[in-house]
Design a protein around this ligand. Structure first.
Ligand code: PMP
Length: 399
């Protein structure tokens, strides 16, 4: 999440300046502060059209939690309180609060009290597992169809929203087929199901556009969750972008929305976000990822596809996943047992650290998300070291 890289003194200066001007004021009772207002304007400008309102929070989890409450309150205000079922996806990660954990598609979290009524999960567009031999477009239609089936099973009059990450991050860098979201949007529109896009990982340049919604042609967005890259993690901040449709209902019919946090719209974090976005804009970082380092990263990583334990390499901008197997001919998995698989793949992470690179194994997928400032030479270094770590791991698997 440190999109602009470490050690940017301008960010330190922005923090000092803001603390010396106004270190804190609350965002309740029709109050706000200058950086929060300026940032809201900036976010409305750079996010896809129609998202012109901002609800601040402090983490991606809180943004998703807020989205869940907003969705249900929206339908209640529209006179349809029974339209309250949320559809999310298996392997989704939306955070760790009770609600965000319930939205996430990770059963071990649900077993630890992350449970909220009326949340359903469908399969995710994980082509490697569910449609390896299928044509990309055919699989996109199939995977979007799982949403349609679920809506029909529950009844469109009961389904409030579909929560979705453009690329599943913590679920293992699962990049959907290009047409998946085209189909998903059609289904949401036809059934009047709100689309909540969780851009916590994908936002702020990760996929080579400001937002992955642009990369995947997602235009009809009702709510968009932002965090991580919004401040490049120099300070905590998240934002829920709210569409005009939702905002207007709250403004016209809503009265008070009893929701918010002491630190919502914290002036220091908002000042950091403004400076972070300024740096990204001035240095053309998003364009660089989209047109130069992103494609270069994809090409270089693709050279690893010939490795004996690599079954698939996929990437989008500066987000990539490498699927590891014991044997690429038979696709024998690292382990059928997920806990054991996690334990074994941690060894791969350690081999990477030994070679001076940081990776994140998610089951048998290795996830890579370098900062947006990575250079071509650093990509070369990363890929060279990855191959060495893959060799080490292949030998380890044979022992
Ligand atoms: N959504 C997504 C897509 C995430 O990747 C994460 C964090 N990895 C979250 C939400 C939760 O964010 P936080 O950890 O800031 O609560």
């Amino acid at each position: 999440c440190v999109n602009i890289g470490y050690g940017r003194k301008e960010i330190g200066q922005a923090v000092v300046d803001q603390i010396n001007t106004l270190s804190y004021f609350n965002s309740f009772f029709k109050a706000s502060n200058k950086p929060a207002i300026q940032l809201a304007e900036k976010l409305a400008e750079i996010t896809p059209s129609g998202l012109n309102h901002v609800f601040y929070a402090n983490s991606g989890s809180e943004a998703n939690d807020t989205a869940l409450r907003m969705v249900r309150q929206f339908w209640a205000l529209e006179g349809k309180p029974e339209k309250n079922v949320i559809i999310s996806r298996e392997m989704a990660y939306h955070g760790s609060t009770v609600a965000a954990g319930a939205l996430s598609g990770m059963p071990p979290m649900h077993e630890q009290a992350a449970v909220v009524d009326n949340i359903e999960h469908i399969q995710c567009p994980y082509k490697f597992a569910y449609g390896r031999d299928m044509d990309e477009e055919e699989f996109g239609v199939l995977a979007a169809g799982w949403l349609q089936e679920k809506i029909m099973e529950i009844g469109a009059d009961r389904v409030a929203a579909f929560f979705v990450e453009p690329i599943q991050g913590a679920g293992g860098a699962k990049i959907p087929p290009k047409n998946y979201f085209v189909e998903v949007q059609k289904i949401c529109t036809e059934n009047d199901v709100l689309l909540v896009v969780d851009e916590v990982i994908c936002g702020f340049g990760r996929t080579g556009n400001w937002f992955a919604s642009e990369t995947f042609g997602i235009e009809k967005i009702d709510l968009m969750c932002l965090a991580k890259g919004i401040t490049s993690a120099y300070t905590p901040l998240s934002a829920l972008m709210v569409s005009d449709r939702i905002a207007n209902t709250f403004i016209e019919k809503g009265g008070e929305f009893f929701h918010g946090f002491t630190y919502s719209g914290h002036p220091v974090s908002c000042a950091v976000a403004l400076e972070n976005i300024r740096i990204m804009e001035d240095e053309g970082m998003v364009k660089q990822v989209g047109e130069d380092t992103g494609p270069y990263f994809a090409d270089q990583l693709a050279t690893l596809a010939d490795h004996e334990i690599v079954a698939e390499v996929r990437s989008c901008g500066l987000l990539a996943g490498i699927e590891l197997v014991r044997d690429k001919e038979t696709l024998e998995p690292i382990s059928e047992d997920m806990d054991e698989c996690d334990e074994i793949c941690e060894v791969f992470r350690d081999f990477c650290l030994n070679h001076g690179i940081i990776t994140r194994p998610i089951h048998s997928t290795v996830m890579l998300t370098p900062p947006l400032i990575i250079s071509r030479a650093e990509i070369d270094f990363l890929v060279k070291k990855l191959r060495l770590a893959l060799d080490d791991f292949a030998n380890f698997l044979k022992q």
